[in-house]
Design a binder for this molecule. Structure first.
Ligand code: GDP
Ligand code: MG
Length: 355
């Protein structure tokens, strides 16, 4: 495309154009970009396959090839589809109302309607792309919290992989001492990602494990310390007290630590998972979300209620079980992937949930 074409198109560039222009994201730090061999868009597509099958295939089904009359029945069906992505009734109503305002009583072309839907989705989840940034001086301490089974340990492995692949030295603290299996799981990941791990015996005080992990990080001049935590204890109060204690202990070692408190949310739980996670964000001030298991669900619309209920950025999304299955969250590419064409062959499978 010539420069002139680009300029002349700019004015009415669609979300799709902007997403293509922005892919791969140009403002990524160089090291981060290097660790992203697969484009963000490709990762989102992988993660959003189930959601986009639902949205894309079914929305396309709403349209006849020559255009579609936007009537009450159409608006009702569009609304039902949006709701199934777990974006919530508020956002789905907003989108439907906008389509109603713009197109009702007219025969609309699918692309025009989709562009409106995408633009509104983008506005609803708008945020800047916010990778975890390492502090300039001394190690960066990252505390990872979330409900049991949400994907904390796996997400820690993915983040570790991100940092070690940038040549950073990472120390892990196996703070989920409540379950022996949790320590073993983190030990395996540490081995695979080339990180050191500090553990305690089962039932050991997680704050003491955190303390030793931070001490080891300082002694060995490591760059990053990531602390795993339990997602469930005997009582919710115990758990919240424990997290608060971990915070206090590491703050004594490094005054501005933890530099990040990452809340891991399970996308497959959809909106139902959010109220449970609220407790964590109330007990410890979280700085960002990792939305794990996006690939396992058609509830990808849950990003919107997350953005609305937790006033913190979604930093990364988990799109699979392997260490490289992590994508920096970029709203524009995310929305575009949500409506990207389902590759042939998959469409059949994608349709199987209908009727
Ligand atoms: P934790 O209890 O919060 O530490 O959760 P785990 O990290 O142990 O994860 C629970 C399960 O979810 C494991 O079976 C993981 O393999 C799986 N899991 C975690 N993240 C993802 C993801 O992004 N995609 C998929 N498909 N599975 C995931
Ligand atoms: Mg775990």
């Amino acid at each position: 495309m010539g420069i002139l074409d680009r300029f002349s198109k700019k004015k009415d560039a669609t979300v799709a154009d902007r997403a293509r222009d922005a892919d791969p994201v140009p403002d990524l730090p160089a090291a981060e970009a290097a660790a992203e061999p697969k484009s963000l868009f490709a990762r989102f597509r992988q993660g959003l396959k189930k959601t986009s099958q639902l949205l894309n295939t079914d929305i396309r089904d709403l349209f006849k090839s020559e255009g579609q009359l936007v009537d009450d029945d159409f608006l009702r069906r569009l609304f039902a589809l949006l709701i199934r992505t777990d974006m919530g009734t508020g956002p789905a109503t907003e989108i439907r109302d906008e389509i109603q305002r713009e197109f009702r009583g007219r025969v609309a072309v699918m692309e025009d309607v989709l562009d409106r839907v995408k633009a509104r989705l983008l506005a609803l989840m708008e945020q800047e792309t916010r990778p975890i940034e390492l502090v300039d001086k001394g190690p960066t301490v990252i505390l990872v919290v979330g409900v049991n089974g949400s994907g904390k340990t796996t997400s820690i492995a993915k983040l570790t992989n991100l940092f070690t692949s940038q040549g950073k030295k990472v120390v892990l603290g196996a703070g989920d001492t409540f379950r022996a299996a949790a320590v073993e799981q983190l030990t395996v990941w540490a081995g695979r990602t080339g990180a050191e791990i500090i553990k305690g015996k089962q039932g050991a005080d997680p704050a003491s494990v955190a303390h030793r992990a931070v001490a080891h990080t300082l002694e060995t001049s490591a760059d990053v310390c990531i602390l795993d935590t339990a997602g469930r204890l005997q009582t919710q109060k115990n758990l919240m007290d424990e997290l608060a204690k971990i915070r206090r202990v590491i703050r004594n070692q490094i005054p501005d630590a933890p530099h990040e408190v990452i809340l891991v949310l399970d996308a497959t739980a959809g909106q139902n998972g959010l109220s449970q996670a609220k407790g964590f964000s109330e007990a410890v001030e979280c700085t960002g979300v990792v939305l794990a298991k996006l690939d396992g669900t058609a509830k990808g619309g849950v990003v919107i209620p997350i953005r609305q209920q937790f006033k913190i950025p979604v930093k990364y999304v988990g799109v699979g079980e392997k260490v490289e299955d992590l994508a920096l969250f970029a709203p524009q590419q995310f929305v575009e992937a949500l409506f990207s064409d389902t590759p042939r062959g998959e469409e059949q499978k994608g349709n199987s949930h209908q009727k």
